[in-house]
Design a protein around this ligand. Structure first.
Ligand code: KE4
Length: 425
């Protein structure tokens, strides 16, 4: 029995499924999850000492790669001054000022400890600000595990084929309107029928939880116009896309000013930190100023803030995203060319430092199309690449991530590994 297998067996005694987050369990791809002992740059090592080129990067946060010296130094320095105070610190102001400088749509923000907290709080705030209850989300999009969002969601729910979670009261789910991503007509109809009751749309501006699907320009424009016309708020869930697809995030790529934005992952640099923010008049509804309550013991934690500040200051360097985008596209172009020459139905897309690969001839535009991709082929590909030391997301419905630490030789090694896999597929 390998060390990974021993650890997985032991983990299952006291942790449901042996993992603290379902998508880590290899449930859809099968086999034994790898227990990592160390990460450095683009690499991680598992409990059996095997090294992998890592394209998960803790599901997006590690845009600089593992254990980046500037981030580790910042964390060490902060930690030596104490781990948490439950009181305001100057560093939180520095991070808030920086995020509001980087994202013009953010006039004010609150720091929280997870993407789920950010989206859950943004939705409550939208409901408190508008006095309305209905929420529009899109099938296959995942916004964390708050009750009203676990309706036809993506990520681990999609991975395990239970898009709507048990335990969510029907009354809560009833206020969530689920539409098809990129479906402008359905959006127009929903607002025509229920526009006065809709508090907000929450959307992944680049969907990364049913693998990678880009929003069409028409869909983006319709979301902004319909919310404006009907007095609803547009919430851009940029937990994954924030400072991953570019320095101005997806809203910068789209030229859209959302009313609220949720951030996570990269902004915490691998530590538990997320944020939500936007229009000052909306944020003014939050306690202690207004009637919408939101709180957190470790919100704005100084050690997590230090990791976030170090990460954001590192990615601000001119050319950072040009290089990252070029490298990510190099990977997807290489994989696509190999699959095509092997006659394998395959599509691959890259947006900034995130990418999606599908075993289907055409890039899907929505959940239904994503579900038609060949999951079994993906699972075989996943394990064949894992055997060759390439760690992809253990699900056909998750995006992948390239970091600044991935070198050209890492990318070439990944493509070479895929060549040997495709040639026998
Ligand atoms: P967290 O609560 O996991 O920090 O963030 C929730 C969330 C919100 N919005 C988007 C767009 C997200 O992608 C996520 C979390 N993403 C998943 C992976 N696709 C996290 C991995 C996991 O669940 O273990």
């Amino acid at each position: 029995m390998s060390r990974n297998e021993q650890l997985f067996e032991r983990a299952q005694r006291h942790i449901p499924g042996g993992v603290n987050s379902p998508v880590r369990a290899f449930g859809a791809v099968g086999g034994t999850p790898r227990f990592f002992t160390r990460g450095e740059g683009a690499y991680v090592w598992d409990a059996d000492g095997k090294r992998y080129i890592d394209y998960v990067g803790s599901w997006g946060p590690l845009i600089l790669g593992h254990a980046h010296p500037a981030v580790i130094d910042a964390v060490e320095r902060a930690a030596r001054n104490g781990l948490s105070f439950g009181a305001p610190t100057e560093a939180e102001i520095d991070l808030a000022d920086l995020l509001c400088e980087l994202l013009p749509s953010m006039q004010q923000l609150r720091l929280v400890s997870s993407g789920t907290e950010a989206t859950m709080s943004a939705i409550r705030l939208a409901r408190g600000f508008t006095g309305r209850n209905k929420l529009i989300k899109f099938e296959g999009c995942y916004h964390g595990h708050a009750d009203s969002l676990l309706v036809k969601a993506g990520s681990g729910l999609l991975t395990f084929g239970n898009p709507s979670s048990a335990g969510v009261p029907a009354a809560v789910a009833a206020d969530t309107i689920v539409l098809s991503y990129n479906d402008v007509a359905a959006l127009e109809q929903a607002f025509a029928e229920q526009g006065n009751d809709i508090a907000a749309i929450i959307v992944e501006p680049v969907a990364g939880n049913m693998n990678l699907i880009e929003a069409s320009p028409e869909f983006i424009a319709a979301m902004r116009k319909l919310t404006q016309d009907h007095g609803a708020l547009l919430i851009y869930d940029e937990v994954m896309t924030g400072f991953r697809v570019g320095m101005q995030c997806a809203q910068g790529l789209h030229g859209i000013t959302p009313d609220l934005t949720c951030l996570g992952k990269v902004v915490g640099g691998g530590m538990p930190l997320a944020a939500f923010g936007g229009r000052a008049d909306v944020m003014a509804k939050l306690a202690p100023l207004g009637p919408v309550y939101q709180a957190g013991t470790l919100s704005g934690n100084p050690v997590a803030v230090a990791a976030g500040l170090a990460t954001l200051n590192a990615i601000r360097n001119p050319g950072f995203f040009d290089t990252l985008s070029t490298n990510t596209r190099y990977l997807t172009d290489g994989l696509r060319a190999l699959a095509t020459s092997s006659g394998i139905p395959f599509s691959a897309q890259a947006v900034g430092g995130m990418f999606g690969i599908y075993f289907s001839a055409n890039a899907p535009q929505n959940y239904q199309q994503a579900m038609q991709s060949d999951r079994e082929h993906f699972n075989r590909f996943f394990h064949a690449m894992l055997d060759q030391g390439i760690y992809l997301a253990p699900s056909a419905f998750e995006a992948g991530f390239v970091s600044a630490a991935h070198t050209e030789s890492d990318l070439k090694a990944t493509i070479a590994a895929a060549q040997s896999v495709f040639s026998v597929s």
